[in-house]
Structures are given as C-alpha cells and as structure tokens.
Design a protein around this ligand. Sequence first.
Ligand code: KIV
Length: 261
Amino acid sequence: MNSQAPKQTPESIRGMKARGQKIAALTAYDFPMTRLLDQAGIPLILVGDSLGMVVLGYPDTTHVTMAEMEHHVRAASRAKPRALLVADMPYRSYETVEMAVQNARRLVVAGAEAVKLEGGREILEQVRTIISSGIPLLGHLGMLPQHVLEEGGYHVKGKVEAEKQKLFADAEALAGAGAFGVVLELVAGAAARELTHRLAIPTIGIGAGPDCDGQILVTPDLLGMLPWFSLKHVKPKLDAAGQMRAVVSQWKESVIGGKLG
Ligand code: KIV
C-alpha cells in the first residue's frame, strides 16, 4: 500500500479534471502488479478484461468469464491500493438490467470499488441501475473490444461526422446517468479533444491522442512483456520480455555449468 497518498475515490478522480491534473491510469491483474503500480502513485488501476489476452492466453476479451474477473479482482484488491480499483464487467455479464446489477455487486464483493462497462445509450438502463444501486461506474466508448468479432477488428472511431456525433451523444448520456469518467479507446484525436472539452467528466484515452484528461494503458504493453503483440498506440518503455529471457538463460547456463547462479 502507498500509505503516503490519500485514498482515491470516484470523486477525487473526477476532481482531477476540474483541477487540470492529468490522470495516468494502468491495468493490473494480480497482487504484485497492483502493489507496484500503487507504490508508483498511479491513481486509477483497472482490472481490465484485457486479462483474457495478456494473462489467460485467449484471442480476445469475449472469452473472459465473471469467475475469472472475480478471481483477479480478489488478487488485486489484496494489495489494498490507495488507487481507485476499477473492474471490467466481462462480455455478456450486463445483457439485462438484473444481470448488470447482480454481476456488478459480485465484482464489488470481490474487492472492486467501481465497475467499467462498454457501450453508450444502448446500455443506459444498466448504467443507471448500477449507479443507483450505489456502485460507481466508468464508461468505455470508441472501439469496444467486446464487439471485436462483430466489427471484424480494432478500428479507429470518430473519424466521420456521424460516428463523432454518436460518440458525443453516448458520452453525454453516460455523464448524465452519473458515470464518473469515460475511457475513449481508439478514438480519432480531434474527436477525443472536442469531446474532452465538452464533457464535465474526465476522458481517459487509449489510442485517442494526447488531449484526453488522462491516459490508460495495458501495463504489459507499456513494459514490453508481450512482444508477440505489436500495437500502434503504445511504444514499450522497457523490454521486460527480452530481459527476462536473458536472465533466465544466463541462470540456466550457470545451473548447467554446475554453479549456484
Ligand atoms: O480491458 C482493458 O484493459 C481495458 C483498457 C484497454 C482500457 O479496457
């Protein structure tokens, strides 16, 4: 736990926009990563359903189950972060209002302090009901990874006027329903900038240009842990995979050579 820092809440994250403070958010899926990110002063940590690809080896996020999310949220929450711990609601876990509230509660019982759902006006009843049941909610608009199969890949949103207007209407609906912020994934930079100016709640971008109120990355992408994925929106700041392979093979050589390592 980063005991020096004040505990972050949905209100304090929202207040960062008002104070002009940028929000640097990252994902974590277990106890050590959550503790390390918290010690580095990250104010918002997301147990993302990207866990499907970066931890569990699935091809996309549509395979992640509620039980898997609960397992990883429990592990992350044992770090007792000062950061706000947000959990993704996985694919098909919020198809109806009843399912949405029941599954959001399960994630809170596992240790989440807020939940994130993908979508706008089409899930507004779910969003309103979760918030009115007392669970803070972060929206997610733009490219929605849980729709990757229908969409045939990961495409940038908000380049054409109709897409931009839909994005703005969805974001305003989420803000009106009480979301404390919204993730913008793969949104054209100009649309993300305009939306950030219009919206009272913070926008947290991933592949949405530099002008959002904050940025979020999948931590293994930032650290270069997964060299088999190459992404346009992130240049790894570390070659964790290369360093790990080098250290492991040096240690293996020392063991083979009869040394203690
Ligand atoms: O699942 C995830 O990690 C996410 C981020 C990409 C925002 O939703």
